[in-house]
Design a protein around this ligand. Structure first.
Ligand code: PEP
Ligand code: MG
Length: 968
């Protein structure tokens, strides 16, 4: 067709499924069905290229109209009718259809070809005058609205007026003729021209309108949101009309080749007799289940089942089919990959691989990581969630910090959360401004956490992700008032004890209860099968971040191949350990100072003579007495902690028998373990004021917190309030002073990480001693232990050198003492750009690197991980200044570049350097793809994300191109 001019028109017989770019999804599907011999009404597709040309020039490209004429002639020949023939008119539809499905975003015009003459021909041919005039009035309204922007509401008003309280189907032909007359008048007024009587003009205009609909605002917005390129254009499909509304032996329906919620085999969908597609969408009549057709229309049902089976096998995927029955004859109008729930996606992929329709690798690629996330988390019952929305119970949306759904009583106090959750076994949602290590006991017994401040790596987000607890963080729309025991959102108030529901997958917060559905990995047999295939396909190993034996056991059950990060300091936060930790921290600086002074004094003493010697000896004696006290407190508490840590490590190493366990030495700034400075200041002020009159405390107590404080004072004084004031004041002042001395302007860049172990070596030595004692004893019991000691936050090679030398000496001493040798590694985290830049030097002293991408993102971008998200980062993402949140997905150009450089430099010096990632990105599918490309050995993530990471690692290996099942 069309000589040397480009080919813009393809008959359905000429197209194929592979031509989606040119023919769009719908056109390619129609062509493929035609090739398969399925009953498809004759038609042709005008290409997306024609649409792009039309968009550029505002008119059809040269040659296109002639090709359309030829296409039309081909339809006429196949349909045995002629466009505009008053006796036997052909009617056509013009439907949009882009490469990627954009449901409802673009336009369609039906019944083209009807005019004042052909409407009579249609009436005669069908013997159904009512039907003919009804089709004509639909055309005028649709054409007016879509081609010329006439207000659709005005057409409906006319129809309503004529109908009164009757149904559409109750209108007789004469009434419909009145409607047509009124519609034409409305059209004439709106467009300032008569409704076109030329079918060819109708067709031309409809094609132009469909092309223009590609650039309608809603279509542009949809593409921007779904990241669909704007220069693809839509195809226009011109096809002979078939009618489902020609009586009881006609109808229309949609059918899935499997149940889209469970994946169960068998045709599944709905059928509406004597109706057109738009009637199904309008939902005014209740459709039949497709299965009911089996009894009423057995032939039709059989034909449909055969067609569905053919399409599913041909496309090797579950299909979503649209069909129409015209006077007993089945016509297929569309086929595409069907949307499906997570459970169905997994079940279908596994079943298709088992039946040989897909390879196991293809099956792995058919399931999205988000499907796995959904399957393994408690979810809200979607209908209940919708109901909550309708009942105006939606409150706000915060950061979706840790996925899953939770519903429970609102509690603001972690102690109360613990009491209700642990003792009374009630479901609670803990609501805080932000959380801190002091709240962990409450978090552990909550169903979910809501905070009004903090980002994706805030304390609440990290801890809940580790625990697999849902969390909505940084929900700035809510205002928490601890004193009032309530939070507000605009003019809504939610009080302590009321029910609240949070969706950590979406960040939504609702008042009241929404029922949840619980997951069970053990029962997910299809998922386990699929992940087994994923394991065979992937190169990257998947390890887990686990701090406690129970997490390690869970991680292993989910398929973890090692522990990539055990944050030892989390064990310090346990309620019974905190006082010991406090003692250690408070004594540490004094101990170091006195030890240093003692050393100097001893040297001086040796050199001194006479009176000076006596004086120095006296000073030394005083200092040693002081030192003895500090040493008792510091080293004593370290010994206690060492014993506890040994138990912790024993549990984890035993649980991971035969697999590597990376244990990170203490990392956070020490003051994080101490009470908050501001709270201490308030307490000291209150106590000082109460020295004159202790009852003042009682008289001014307002909140629950105030009352608790009064009780604490009383307890401190053994029941005597005034005495309690004195005792507690002395203690709190001491605490305040210690905390003040340790306060830092930028604690994240201060005394933390390896710096702590260098300044206070006794702490990290205690930890290494505990690790090796545990390891040696376990090995003696026959456990295959593989401890790896990780030194955090190294920036300069000398930091690692100094720390490693001291700690390895401790390890060797323990092994000698225990008479056991365990295989071990020493390594470091890469969390500071300088470490990545000098990775070759650092690799000389490390057997492994683990990318701490939380800190590495913070230090590379200069974004505070605690403040950035609520303050500006999410806004940046919203405004498109940043394409995504770099704390959730690795910023390939920045952080990623440093990582690649680090991998290269490190491996150059030490080819067998073990490389992994343990930041939050280790569980993010896009970041996992990057880690695969960058050549890491493993990713480490929270236990609950291990299954997702196994799938994502397989996707990374099998290729991202194939993983995107088209048109989903
Ligand atoms: C990191 O920085 O990525 C990391 C895992 O360490 P943390 O989050 O404990 O600082
Ligand atoms: Mg870190």
């Amino acid at each position: 067709m069309g000589g040397d001019l480009p080919k813009y028109v393809y008959l359905l017989e000429e197209g194929a499924a592979s031509m989606r770019d040119l023919l769009g999804g719908k056109g390619a599907g129609l062509a493929e069905m035609t090739r398969l011999g399925l009953p498809v009404p004759p038609g042709f597709t005008i290409t997306t290229k024609a649409c792009v040309a039309y968009g550029r020039k505002g008119r059809f490209p040269p040659g296109m109209s002639a090709q359309v004429e030829e296409g039309l002639a081909a339809i006429e020949a196949r349909a045995g009718r002629t466009f505009g023939d008053p006796a036997n008119p052909l009617l056509v539809s013009v439907r949009s259809g882009a490469k990627f499905s954009m449901p409802g975003m673009m336009d369609t015009v039906l019944n083209i070809g009807l005019n004042d003459e052909t409407v009579r021909g249609l009436a005669d041919r069908t013997g159904n005058e009512r039907f003919a005039w009804d089709s004509y009035r639909r055309l005028i309204a649709m054409f007016g609205r879509i081609v010329h922007d006439v207000n659709g509401r005005a057409f409906e008003d006319i129809l309503e007026r004529v109908k009164g309280d009757r149904k559409d189907a109750d209108l007789n032909p004469d009434e419909l003729k009145d409607v047509v007359r009124a519609f034409k008048d409305l059209y004439q007024t709106g467009v300032a021209r008569d409704f076109p009587q030329s079918p060819k003009e109708q067709l031309r205009e409809a094609i132009g309108a469909v092309f223009r609909s590609w650039n309608r605002k809603r279509a542009v917005d949809y593409r921007t949101f779904h990241k669909i390129p704007h220069d693809l254009g839509t195809a226009a499909n011109v096809q002979a009309m078939v009618f489902g509304n020609m009586g009881p032996d006609s109808g229309t329906g949609v059918a899935f080749t499997r149940d889209p919620s469970t994946g169960a085999k068998g045709i599944f969908g709905e059928y509406l007799a004597n109706a057109q597609g738009e009637d199904v969408v309008a939902g005014t009549r209740n459709p039949l289940k497709i299965s009911q057709l089996r009894a009423t229309h057995p032939d039709l049902y059989e034909q449909l089942v055969r067609g569905a089976r053919l399409l599913e096998e041909h496309y090797r995927d579950m299909q979503d089919i649209e069909f129409t029955v015209e006077q007993g004859k089945l016509w297929m109008l569309q086929t595409r990959a069907g949307k499906r729930a997570a459970r169905a996606a997994v079940a279908i992929a596994v079943d298709m691989a088992r039946s040989g329709l897909l390879t196991e690798e293809e099956a792995v690629l058919r399931v999205e990581p988000s499907h796995v996330v959904q399957l393994l988390l408690p979810q809200f019952d979607e209908t209940a969630k919708e109901a909550a929305r309708r009942e105006d119970r939606y409150l706000a949306t915060g950061l979706n910090a840790s996925p899953g759904a939770a519903t429970g009583y609102v509690v603001f106090d972690p102690d109360e959360a613990e009491r209700l959750g642990k003792v009374e076994k009630k479901p609670v949602v803990l609501v805080r401004v932000e959380t801190s290590p002091d709240d962990v006991h409450g978090i552990l017994h909550s169903k979910g956490i809501l905070t009004s401040r903090g980002g994706a790596t805030s304390h609440a987000a990290v801890v809940t992700r580790g625990l697999g607890l849902p969390c909505v963080a940084g929900c700035e729309a809510i205002h928490v008032d601890y004193d009032a025991g309530a939070f507000t959102v605009g003019d809504k108030v939610v009080r302590r004890g009321e029910f609240l529901s949070i969706d950590g997958s979406t960040g939504e917060v609702f008042a009241g209860r929404i029922p949840t559905i619980d997951p069970d990995y053990e029962r997910e047999e299809d998922l386990q099968t699929l992940l087994g295939w994923a394991d065979e396909a992937r190169r990257l190993e998947v390890w887990a971040n686990a701090d406690y034996p129970r997490d390690a056991i869970r991680a292993r059950a989910f398929g973890a191949q090692g522990i990539g990060l055990c944050r030892t300091e989390h064990m310090f936060f346990e309620m019974d350990r905190l006082p010991v930790v406090h003692d250690m921290i408070l004594a540490a600086p004094g101990y170091r100072r006195v030890a240093g002074q003692t050393k100097i004094l001893r040297a001086d003493l040796e050199a001194a003579k006479g009176e000076r010697r006596a004086e120095l000896a006296k000073r030394l004696e005083t200092l040693e007495a002081q030192g003895a006290d500090l040493s008792r407190r510091y080293l004593g508490s370290l010994e206690k902690l060492g014993a506890l840590q040994r138990e912790d490590f024993t549990g984890i190493l035993r649980a991971m028998d035969g697999l590597p366990v990376i244990i990170r030495l203490i990392d956070p700034p020490l003051h994080e373990f101490l009470p908050n400075y501001e709270s201490l200041l308030v307490q000291v002020t209150k106590l000082s004021m109460a020295r004159e009159d202790a009852r003042l405390l009682v008289r001014t107590a307002r909140s629950e917190e105030d009352h608790k404080f009064v009780e604490e004072v009383e307890r401190a004084g053994g029941g005597d309030l005034a005495k309690g004031v004195e005792v507690l004041l002395a203690k709190t002042e001491f605490f305040l002073e210690a905390v003040r001395a340790m306060r830092e302007a930028n604690p994240m860049l201060g005394l933390r990480g390896c710096r702590l172990g260098i300044v206070f070596p006794e702490i990290t030595e205690m930890q290494v001693r505990a690790i090796f004692e545990a390891a040696c004893r376990l090995k003696r019991d026959g456990v295959d232990v593989q401890p790896e000691i990780m030194i955090p936050l190294v920036g300069h090679v000398n930091e690692l050198k100094v720390a490693r030398e001291a700690l390895e000496a401790v390890a060797k001493r323990v092994m000698e003492r225990e008479g056991v040798r365990v295989a071990y590694k020493f390594g470091t985290m890469i969390e500071i750009p300088r470490a990545a830049l000098t990775a070759d030097e650092i690799a000389r002293h490390a057997e492994f690197f683990s990318f701490g991408t939380n800190d590495l993102t913070q230090t590379t971008a200069g974004y505070s991980r605690d403040d950035a998200e609520p303050k500006f980062l999410l806004d940046y993402v919203d405004r498109g200044i940043l394409p995504f949140n770099p704390f959730q997905t690795i910023d390939r150009e920045g952080v990623g570049q440093l990582m690649r450089m680090c991998v290269q430099k490190g491996r150059r010096v030490r080819p067998d350097l073990e490389l992994g990632i343990c930041g939050e990105h280790g569980g993010d599918p896009d970041s996992i793809a990057f880690c695969h490309e960058a050549g890491l050995d493993y990713v480490s993530c929270s236990p609950f994300r291990v299954p997702v990471a196994r799938l994502a690692a397989a996707h990374a290996k099998l290729g991202s191109e194939l993983s995107r099942v088209e048109d989903r």
